[in-house]
Ligand binder design. Structure first.
Ligand SMILES: Cc1ncc(COP(=O)(O)O)c(C=O)c1O
Length: 410
């Protein structure tokens, strides 16, 4: 007889995403996520995994974080989604709180539901305030699958949906000359992830982002930084761009902002461009954007993740993982392991795709859930929860070593 888990898989295949089920079954990595808490998730069959992907940072504070749940539960006694036409205290309070985390002047907040939606708005706004068309993004970068966000991305995601909006150009990340040539008098904005995750956790060269900002300034174009993955403490600083001495004109946040409990995202722009929406305050609308319940989740996330002790923990665990992984790489040189990252935003590059894919499967079998970078499959994204303990980190490393041993035939 079919178990409840089998029924879920069948229903999911029948009504939600048949292709995903086929893919996971083919590689024998089916995970029907049921119980969850802290840094772990369990399959309906009882098998437990360390979640070391965290949905790109959604679960920065762990699964079902008690403080976030408490904030949201309390808010539900008084509030609901709210009405986007009306003035709202939670939205106002969160707006002020976000502005306090950012450099002076970056204080205009427009809420959304998803990262892609917030990116779309950033691009609308860049075109609106500059009156220009061109948007420059990085090849291999990823800003979402919605309209303008999709248009910034790689061809493989767009080709089936043509025509996509015009005016989008891509350059190589970290290539200053190409950027210099690409930005010109019709460039509305350059949009970059602070650390491009889907590209393979590529770390910006020293001064790269700062120089890109200078090029933007020279051409009166805007710099939009996508902090959807790098935000809320992931890199050991509250915002990823704080590591690189750069101030964007606009930035986008999502994922971790939700506390893993209630979806919410935001686009923040410089007060210099305030006039644009003043003229027409109904030019951009998101019915659920900045739901009042979500505002309480986000306020709690900011409160927790801005604590210096919290950020120091991220830096120290990031260093711990790096040192231990480097030692492991040294013990298993055949894997060609190279480690990169900032804080707990890490990329584990292996000698080739097959090695990385095989290791993902071994990690899965041994109790770690990770995924590879969509645009560079030889890189495993390593994004554990930020409040992970040293003991949990050690257990993860032990599982990794066991898997390294197996793949190396020891
Ligand atoms: C860097 C980055 N930007 C934007 C997005 C899009 O966010 P969402 O899936 O919430 O639309 C993602 C999603 O993975 C992302 O990683």
């Amino acid at each position: 007889m079919d178990s409840d888990r089998d029924k879920t898989i069948r229903l999911y295949a029948d009504h939600v995403y048949p292709g995903k089920v086929e893919f996971y079954q083919k590689y024998d990595i089916v995970l029907v996520s049921e119980k969850r808490g802290g840094c772990k998730i369990s399959d309906a069959n009882g098998k437990t995994f360390y979640n070391c992907h965290c949905n790109g940072g959604v679960f920065n504070l762990g699964h079902r974080n008690k403080e976030v749940i408490k904030a949201v539960t309390q808010a539900m006694e008084t509030y609901d989604i709210g009405n986007h036409h009306l003035i709202s205290k939670p939205k106002a309070m969160l707006g002020k709180m976000i502005a306090q985390t950012l450099p002076e002047g970056l204080n205009q907040v427009v809420y959304g539901v998803s990262g892609g939606e917030a990116i779309d708005l950033a691009i609308k706004l860049a075109r609106g305030v500059t009156g220009r068309e061109d948007i420059i993004s990085a090849r291999g970068g990823y800003h979402g699958h919605t309209g303008f966000a999709l248009a910034t991305g790689d061809e493989k995601f767009k080709e089936k949906f043509k025509p996509v909006p015009a005016g989008f150009k891509q350059v190589m990340f970290n290539d200053m000359d190409e950027m210099e040539k690409a930005v010109g008098s019709n460039t509305a904005a350059v949009i970059l992830e602070t650390i491009p995750a889907t590209m393979g956790m590529v770390i910006p060269f020293d001064h790269y982002l700062k120089r890109v900002k200078e090029i933007c300034e020279k051409n009166a174009s805007l710099l939009i930084l996508d902090e959807v993955q790098t935000g809320f403490g992931r890199t050991g600083r509250f915002w990823g761009f704080e590591n690189y001495d750069v101030r964007p004109d606009m930035m986008v946040m999502g994922k971790g902002m939700s506390g893993g409990i209630y979806p919410i995202s935001a686009t923040v722009y410089d007060e210099k461009y305030k006039g644009f929406f003043k003229e027409n305050p109904f030019l951009h609308i998101s019915t659920y954007g900045g739901s009042e319940i979500g505002c309480f989740a986000a306020m709690k996330v900011i409160e927790i993740s801005r604590e210096q002790q919290f950020l120091d923990h991220v830096v120290s665990l990031g260093e711990f993982f790096r040192q231990q992984l480097e030692a492991l790489g040294g013990r298993y040189p055949g894997l060609g392991l190279k480690i990169r990252g900032k804080g707990l935003m890490m990329g584990l590059e292996f000698k080739d795709e097959i090695t990385a894919l095989f290791l993902i499967k071994l990690f899965f079998d041994n109790g770690i859930y990770v995924v590879y970078s969509g645009n560079d499959p030889k890189v495993i994204q390593f994004l554990p929860v930020l409040n992970i303990s040293k003991t949990e980190a050690e257990e993860i490393l032990t599982i990794m070593e066991t898997s390294f041993k197996t793949i190396s035939g020891e």
